[in-house]
Design a protein around this ligand. Sequence first.
Ligand code: NAD
Ligand code: IPM
Ligand code: MN
Length: 354
Amino acid sequence: MKTYRIAVIGGDGIGPEVIAEGIKALETVARLDGGFQFDFEHFPWGCEYYKQTGKMMPDDGISQLEKFDAIFLGAVGAPGVPDHISLWDLLLKIRKSFDQYINLRPVKLLKGAPQSLKDAAPEDIDMIFVRENTEGEYAGSGSWLFKGKPNEVVIQDGVFSRVGCERVIRYAYELAKAQNKTLTSISKGNALNYSMVFWDQIFKEVGKEYPTVKTNSYLVDAACMFMVKDPKRFEVVVTSNLFGDILTDLGAAIAGGMGLAAGANLNPERRFPSMFEPIHGSAPDIAGQGKANPLATIWSASQMLEFLGHSAWADRLIDCIEEILCEAAVLTPDLGGHATTAEVGDYVVKKLQG
Ligand code: NAD
Ligand code: IPM
Ligand code: MN
């Protein structure tokens, strides 16, 4: 029987709470299938680990993770540890070290999900964001000069390499072509006169290889407006690291909330493990109270199944989420219900069992 080795990093706050439910769903799927199984190995890395050891993960953490088929991550960040340390030394380190240059984030309004746009039908909000995930505004390049002095200066560079832009844009064209959808590039060439002019140029260049794919190109400010006013314009969307981060929280807001927003960090060549995680953070405001919605994490588990080649199970899991939303009997408080995180996870298991 095929065994998938999964590294589990629950992380901080609600991270371990939602991951526990994702694991329940994956284990149920494997049991029902009978042809594969999961071997989960838990890594206690995160802000507690940092408080005890001074590190977010051990020095050889990346090489420990390298042998796994995938990584399942909850969330990172806790009061008391500066966010730029906790995120750079764990989450961003994994994305970069494993060259997970594609961040796939569905913005899809499932049937039964709470609707924040009054005129939008579920079929109007059906996008897939392809976010650049290793460079751009998140390159980590810059300097901090004359710290604490009156002439203090900070510089944060955006790094847009030809290889980095071409590969993410090409991935998005391939996806749009395969799904017979339009492709929209979101950038800001009017103000960012180097990085985004270059991005737009590469979007056009690569597009010559895909004459059948219909394209749009929007400035990021206008894109925000259209996502709210006319979301059906967007199908496959490709954008930079920071814009993708911000736009997908806006996406979550129009597609049922943070509790339903999933993401996959992919190394498409499979030279390194890919990582599956909800897009929300550690939500310290609700941590430890059983209030966290595990459905985003379970959706990410569906993305993992898809990536591992089990698309029928991936679809089945999304159908279960949709059924649960439509019934509205077992939901967490963010979706207007009274159920706990574990009750929702157990209900997904029950639905899977049929
Ligand atoms: P957040 O996503 O943690 O929370 C924003 C709001 O959404 C909060 O009100 C929270 O209660 C709610 N929320 C989030 N996920 C939810 C869920 N599953 N169910 C119900 N409600 C949910 O964002 P934040 O408050 O800006 O950040 C908190 C911490 O998380 C910070 O340390 C931040 O750096 C970190 N962070 C980590 C990740 C990650 O690990 N991928 C992502 C974003 C933020
Ligand atoms: C996300 C998060 C991260 C990001 C942070 C925590 C570094 O907001 O995954 O959306 O900006 O990529
Ligand atoms: Mn984010």
